[in-house]
Ligand binder design. Structure first.
Ligand SMILES: [Fe+2]
Ligand SMILES: [Fe+2]
Length: 166
């Protein structure tokens, strides 16, 4: 049984390792292998957070929940947009690196916000039972969508998301 916040931290560590691996890739084939895996994981992770974590954060009605969620959805959108931009460019080209670097920068800032603001807030208000229950749902979600199967990775309107889940 895993606490959802521990599972999220595991993913975040994987993202940092993935971006670091890009630094060591020797050619376009290696870049594509690392990036395709990383980009897909980033997309599934954002989707999982939007389905499982943020609705609960909003329901806790803490002082900062709406603002933190608004920030997170905007960040997820920026990361999704950068992944989309990279997809349209030849792997390893300057334009590709620009898009990948945008994703890296946005992601690093976003992870810091989640780890220093969102997750502490969530932990303070969620009981251990809820954290474990959501951890189970998190793992089930990944299991139900191997390689992202059945998911569409689309940007979301932060205001509408908060209205729907708040
Ligand atoms: Fe995250
Ligand atoms: Fe996130």
């Amino acid at each position: 049984m895993d606490d959802i916040t521990a599972l999220i931290l595991d993913d975040h560590a994987a993202f940092r390792r993935g971006f670091a691996r890009l630094d060591d890739a020797q050619d376009a084939e290696q870049l594509a292998a690392v990036w395709d895996t990383l980009a897909l994981h980033l997309e599934i992770h954002a989707e999982a957070e939007e389905l499982i974590l943020y609705p609960h954060l909003l329901r806790q009605h803490t002082e900062d929940a709406a603002e933190e969620t608004d920030d997170a959805i905007r960040d997820h959108n920026k990361i999704r947009d950068a992944i989309e931009a990279a997809r349209a460019r030849p792997v390893g080209s300057d334009a590709w690196w620009k898009a990948v670097w945008e994703a890296r920068k946005e992601n690093s800032e976003h992870l810091a916000e989640e780890e220093d603001e969102v997750l502490p807030d969530f932990r303070r208000h969620a009981g251990l039972d809820l954290r474990l229950e959501l951890g189970e749902r998190w793992l089930a979600f990944y299991g139900e969508h191997p390689s992202g199967r059945g998911l569409t990775f689309t940007d979301k309107d932060p205001k509408r998301y908060i209205q729907e889940h708040g």
